[in-house]
Design a protein around this ligand. Structure first.
Ligand code: CS2
Ligand code: MG
Length: 409
């Protein structure tokens, strides 16, 4: 059969692993005509698994392919692997997909959001992380974000009686959970946490009034009935969302939460595919789906998830922690600005070293991020600078109950 194809071919692709403060894995694709595209392939704590998957199994089959065939390449890598889904495979597919959208934008001379249908809004509303060991410290952090112009703030505090907990950092602006080569261990008590958390939000509403958007991340630590109790206790404080209240392998568990509380629920940063969220979306068991470009198979598959969500009153709330590189954030912003059902975008600022390794055209102003207007994604990797920061093993922590039982982190 004769095959129609564009004039260009993929000539080369390489994986760049760098650690400008934290580890990142980036795929760079180069065409015969010299167009380059980048994609984020970072999987926090498992970086080298994705790097090897790309180098050993994906790059060899990319060479010679038509870079214009984004959908076909996605299907080729997804169906063709036979072993479907999972964070390693889907992060690798995402990196290829993102790089090909970057190339398509450059060839067209348009920013990627124009290829997705153009702007649906002026700017992308982002939320920052206000962390504090105590409620007072957390309130000071909220005030700081509001001064910077943020309209939405996630609030996390230490829990009295527990030596350390999720989301609390020593540094006000940068929270970095992957903090040691061998995982550190935290101790957890659901009882202490459920007792404490409503007090945090009572204080936040008292100090900051009814209009700032407040969010909270449970980090998968409760059972459905415990999450229902927390959601109910937080109702007076009008949260924008309660994130990851329970581990989400069991999608039907969310029915129980839904029956008991009107606090909106956000889920999905660890999801890799539309099938992970299908029941949650189609039964309207959640309000925000938090998948993002690198974790959920790139722009092509993420768009598919968000389109399904749009049919069921579910809005986007893409994950944007520091372990997703500026390449992922740049790509996410093109999606965020274009889709009809955008909700919020997480924005944890990258360090100066990271920003220097990944020169980018997106910018923050008055609580909004704006995607680059350059053709493509408007982000690149400075390979010489990246080479100055060699990979350092870093793991996410683990969590145990007070009696030593392993618990969800
Ligand atoms: C978090 C992340 O940003 C979030 O909502 O849950 O900090 C998450 O723990 C990390 O991205 C894990 O790599
Ligand atoms: Mg989270």
């Amino acid at each position: 059969m004769s095959r129609t194809r564009s004039a260009d071919r993929i000539a080369d692709a390489r994986v760049i692993v760098t650690c400008p403060g934290r580890n990142f894995v980036t795929l760079k694709v180069i065409t015969e005509q010299g167009v380059t595209g980048v994609g984020d392939a970072t999987l926090n704590g498992r970086e080298l698994a994705v790097a090897a998957y790309l180098t050993e199994h994906v790059i060899p089959v990319l060479i010679g392919r038509d870079p214009a065939r984004i959908e076909d390449t996605w299907q080729y890598l997804y169906r063709g692997a036979y072993w479907r889904r999972g964070p390693v495979t889907m992060s690798a597919i995402a990196a290829v997909d993102t790089a090909l959208w970057d190339i398509k934008g450059k060839v067209a001379g348009l920013p990627v959001y124009q290829l997705l249908g153009g702007r649906s809004r002026e700017g992308v509303t982002v939320y920052g992380h206000a962390n504090g060991e105590t409620i007072d410290e957390a309130m000071a952090a909220v005030a700081h974000y509001l001064e910077l112009g943020y309209k939405a703030v996630r609030v996390q505090t230490g829990v009295p009686g527990l030596p350390s907990t999720y989301g609390v950092s020593k540094d006000q602006m940068f929270y970095e959970p992957a903090d040691a080569a061998i995982p550190t261990e935290n101790v957890w008590s659901t009882q202490r946490y459920l007792e404490h958390t409503p007090k945090v939000f009572a204080r936040a509403r008292e100090e900051f009034g009814p209009y700032v958007k407040l969010l909270h991340d449970v980090h998968h630590r409760l059972t459905p009935i415990e999450a229902a109790r927390l959601g109910k206790a937080l109702e007076p404080y009008g949260l924008t969302w309660l994130e990851d209240p329970v581990p989400a392998e069991l999608q039907e568990g969310f029915r129980l939460i839904r029956q008991h509380t009107t606090t909106p629920i956000a889920v999905g940063e660890v999801f890799n595919s539309i099938y992970d969220a299908r029941t949650l979306i189609t039964e309207q068991l959640i309000d925000y789906i938090r998948t993002t470009v690198v974790r959920a198979g790139g722009i092509t598959h993420l768009r598919r998830i968000f389109d399904l969500a749009a049919l069921h009153h579910v809005r986007s709330g893409s994950h944007g922690a520091t372990d997703l590189s500026p390449v992922c954030l740049a790509a996410a912003l093109h999606v965020d600005i274009a889709i009809p059902n955008f909700g919020l975008q997480e924005y944890m600022r990258h360090t100066e070293e990271t920003d220097a390794v990944f020169p980018h055209g997106y910018w923050f102003e008055d609580g909004y991020l704006f995607p680059s207007e350059e053709p493509g994604l408007g982000v690149d990797i400075d390979e010489e600078l990246a080479a100055q920061y060699p990979y350092k093993p870093a793991s996410l922590p683990v969590n145990r109950l007070e009696d030593g039982t392993m618990h969800d982190w």
